[in-house]
Ligand binder design. Structure first.
Ligand code: PAF
Length: 311
């Protein structure tokens, strides 16, 4: 019997990377709002070029098959709408894998979806070059698990499939902590580099360094109240080490949020900053720097949504 198809909903860089890598191992179908060329090219981190035909479907014209797994690979702010558009079409029990940043859609879709919901956090790097071309910029590692630690067998089986396909993955029972840790790093780096249009490494210098330190201090207090253990178990120092390590390792990068700003796209500020501020409010904590960034990013998002003035 042929294994059932993995649907990958959201054919951006990560979605196409996953589809490409899985395609030699299990049947895959890329689902998106607009048609993309069926022949896709992947440039590997080693610089090789691979061409492959990938099955595609438009989200409003899905084939009458029942997927084995649905991978949701949209940006964080598109995940719930993408899920809503599919949900009525899926029988109960189809596993959903959420590949989003932040901690916004994960708890909500874990409640809403009528089947197991795995969350994934990955350090795989990919970017889109064209409608038919994606670059796998750097190898990474993926962790998978449900927020309540159930469905360990499913997480292990999927991790095995991903690993065999060249995307090393591991099933974990603490994905909630891992999602918050990635969010913490993103919250300390992304709003600053996006607002000031700087590369990550520039955060090491004045005037930005003290701004990063203030964000880390706010994040550390909020996450301590949330019961999220700091990396290395070391309180605020653990968060400092993690953030500065990532800044160092990605010094020449333009972070994802800056890339979104430069391309005139909506950023993932709601998925990254809003959950921290909601947690701060729950615990009666002040977080003025995080709040200032969220306000600024919301103003930008509102301006993007406004129709151009008639003249
Ligand atoms: O969002 C990103 O680009 C990355 O997660 C990070 C770690 C901030 C590095 O640029």
């Amino acid at each position: 019997m042929t294994p059932a198809t993995h649907w990958i909903v959201g054919p951006g860089a990560l979605g196409r990377l996953i589809a490409f890598r899985l395609a030699g191992h299990v049947p895959v179908r890329l689902v998106g709002r607009r048609p993309l060329p069926g022949r896709q090219t992947l440039v590997t981190p080693e610089g090789d070029t691979r061409v492959q035909a990938l099955a595609m479907a438009r989200a409003d014209a899905l084939p009458p098959e029942i997927p084995a797994v649905v991978h949701l690979t949209t940006k964080a702010h598109g995940a719930e709408a993408a899920h809503a558009a599919l949900a009525a079409r899926l029988p109960d029990g189809v596993p959903l894998v959420l590949w989003q940043n932040g901690f916004a859609c994960q708890p909500r879709l874990s409640e809403r979806h009528r089947g197991p919901v795995l969350c994934a956090t990955t350090t795989e790097g990919a970017h889109v070059q064209a409608d038919d071309r994606v670059t796998h910029a750097g190898h990474g590692h993926t962790y998978l698990g449900t927020l309540d630690g159930t469905h360990a067998d499913l997480a292990t089986a999927l991790a095995r499939t991903l690993t065999a396909a060249g995307l090393p993955a591991e099933a974990v029972d603490d994905i909630r902590v891992r999602l918050w840790r990635k969010l913490a790093v993103n919250a300390a780096i992304n709003p600053l580099v996006a607002r000031f249009a700087i590369r990550n490494g520039q955060l090491r210098d004045r005037p930005f360094r003290p701004l990063v330190e203030r964000l880390i201090a706010e994040v550390a207090v909020i996450l301590a109240a949330e019961g999220v253990t700091p990396p290395g178990g070391g309180g605020q120092e653990g968060w400092r080490q993690l953030v500065w390590q990532v800044v160092e390792a990605t010094a020449s990068n333009r972070a994802s949020m800056l890339q979104d700003v430069l391309a005139g796209r909506l950023t993932e500020h709601e998925a990254i900053l809003a959950p921290l501020l909601a947690a701060a409010e729950r615990h009666g904590l002040a977080a003025p720097c995080l709040a200032d960034h969220l306000t600024a990013m919301r103003l930008r998002a509102a301006a993007l949504a406004e129709p151009p003035a008639a003249c």
